[in-house]
Design a protein around this ligand. Structure first.
Ligand code: HEC
Ligand code: HEC
Length: 453
């Protein structure tokens, strides 16, 4: 009997213990849910300061990304006088001017949220003459041309202009009309014909002088770029064309999904803040500070070495103080999810298996960033292409591209120069280069998976 009681008590104790464990874990699950996805509510003053700082930095970074010219109007307006060709003779500039239609054709985008309601109404009713530069000026006054700022004097005349990061790394959702809609920050503008836009300028002598070639030769280089391309290395090495005669320009990559990625640009020039400072100073021609002694190499970078791009100092410095917030904002931009129905879900699931096993893609494109944690660089030989573009960069390699949001930039093709028109062509290339022996089905599945990222 005593023994029996003992075992009943033991069972009871065990049951109570089990209930207690279950209760505690239930409580902690409930508490976790209460804390939200992060699992940690800000409790201390320091926690709250961090949260406030993140919010402030995001807002300021967004403003810089969209609207800050870093003082680059000294180049786009004062030096190459691009604003004069945009407004045209009738407004004191040169030539016929650029109407909104031609601006949209060149791939410039209009932010519908910045338009005054009357202008939206007139556009909707087809009452805006899309050939009249006066209407381009109205869009610029409303600050509605994505990535372009018109600088007007007190009597409303356009006296200069500047450009922003958003020019190349934002587009719009076309919700109002093609080229007119809500902003999509971080998306590559693959419609934008940067070369044609710069070629609108009637005076490119500043660029010709820098490169040490004729203005005609500069114009030929720019005309060859085409939509969605820009050549960030032109002003370093002066190479306008590849050995095969094609343009040396590269595709504009997206600026989303970059958090956790080590090296940036197609050829891995450096970190995001390195490249932001590089672009703001050397490409946009803003006024700041930039230091990169690799550019002193006069064999690889004759133009940059001559111009002293390895050590740029401006007074005042309109860039350096903006780098922290700009960096923070860029890292916060997520890669957008593909629209429902844009890929075959079952095939994509099978393709994921192929990506991670037989095709060995994930050895370099490591999920979830889809690039290697670490030194994410490869020689041209490793990936089976020529080394022209790699040889124009300090490490002479290609960076493993992050693959999220590929569906947003299929226009212009894939790889740095768009040499593969479709994702299927990319898969074919790897199948041949690595001798993967993928079946037709596996290649199709892999392609659907790429579309699903
Ligand atoms: C005239 C078009 C243009 C403008 C303006 C521009 N970029 Fe870029 N951006 C490019 C191109 C082209 C590349 C690819 C360069 C390369 O790989 O050689 C690039 C690359 C990048 C990358 C690397 C992306 C990756 O996949 O690693 C980042 C980050 C970036 N730009 C940020 C910016 C920021 C920030 C600004 C504003 C300060 C800016 N860009 C202004 C065209 C532009
Ligand atoms: C040895 C490392 C490596 C392997 C393995 C690899 N890739 Fe890549 N991948 C790269 C590099 C490097 C680039 C950049 C090429 C360039 O800049 O032109 C790239 C580019 C790409 C791009 C183009 C991205 C863009 O924005 O245009 C796609 C798509 C891609 N890879 C898919 C795959 C698939 C699918 C596989 C497996 C069949 C694979 N990769 C295997 C290194 C690799």
């Amino acid at each position: 009997m005593k023994r029996h009681l003992k075992s009943i008590l033991a069972v009871l104790a065990f049951t109570l213990w089990a209930i207690q464990i279950a209760w505690v874990s239930f409580e902690s699950i409930a508490a976790d849910a209460d804390k939200g996805v992060e699992g940690v509510k800000p409790v201390t003053e320091i926690d709250r300061q961090i949260d406030d700082n993140a919010q402030r930095s995001l807002a300021e970074g967004r403003r810089i990304f969209r609207f800050d010219t870093f003082g680059d109007e000294a180049f786009w307006g004062d030096a190459i006088q691009l604003h004069q060709s945009i407004q045209g003779e009738r407004f004191g500039g040169v030539g016929p001017g650029v109407g909104p239609g031609a601006a949209l054709d060149a791939g410039l985008k209009v932010d519908v949220d910045a338009l005054p309601p009357e202008l939206v109404e007139s556009l909707r009713n087809g009452q805006v003459d899309l050939t009249d530069p006066a209407n381009t000026l109205a869009l610029l006054k409303a600050n509605a041309v994505v990535g372009v700022t018109g600088i007007f004097d007190s009597s409303g005349n356009l006296r200069s202009m500047g450009i922003q990061c958003a020019l190349c790394h934002s587009t719009v959702d076309d919700s109002f009309a093609p080229g007119i809609g809500h902003r999509l920050d971080g998306w590559a503008n693959r419609d934008l014909n940067v070369g044609a836009i710069i070629n609108l300028s009637s005076d490119l002598s500043a660029v010709a002088k820098l490169l040490g070639i004729s203005e005609g030769a500069v114009r030929a280089v720019l005309a060859a770029w085409g939509p969605g391309k820009f050549d960030a290395a032109l002003l370093l090495d002066g190479k306008g064309f590849r050995p095969d005669g094609k343009t040396a320009a590269t595709l504009i990559p997206p600026a989303f999904g970059l958090a956790g990625v080590n090296l940036h640009t197609w050829t891995g020039w450096g970190s995001v803040p390195h490249w932001n400072a590089f672009v703001a100073n050397l490409e946009m021609h803003g006024k700041g500070t930039f230091f990169d002694p690799r550019l002193k190499d006069s064999t690889q970078f004759p133009v940059a070495a001559r111009a002293g791009f390895d050590n740029v100092r401006s007074d005042p410095d309109l860039i350096s103080a903006k780098l922290p917030d700009l960096h923070f904002y860029q890292l916060a931009i997520p890669a957008p999810k593909p629209p429902e129905g844009s890929f075959d879900q079952n095939a994509a699931l099978r393709g994921k298996q192929v990506f991670e096993s037989k095709a060995k893609c994930a050895t370099c494109h490591v999920p979830p960033t889809f690039t290697e944690p670490g030194w994410n660089m490869h020689t041209a030989e490793e990936i089976g292409i020529d080394d022209f573009q790699a040889s124009r960069s300090p490490d002479k390699r290609y960076r493993t591209s992050p693959l999220k949001g590929l569906w947003t930039h299929s226009k212009g093709g894939f790889y740095h120069d768009g040499r593969f028109a479709t994702l299927r062509d990319v898969v074919d290339h790897y199948n041949n280069h690595f001798g993967l022996s993928l079946s037709e089905q596996e290649q199709m599945d892999l392609t659907e998976y790429l579309k699903s990222l």
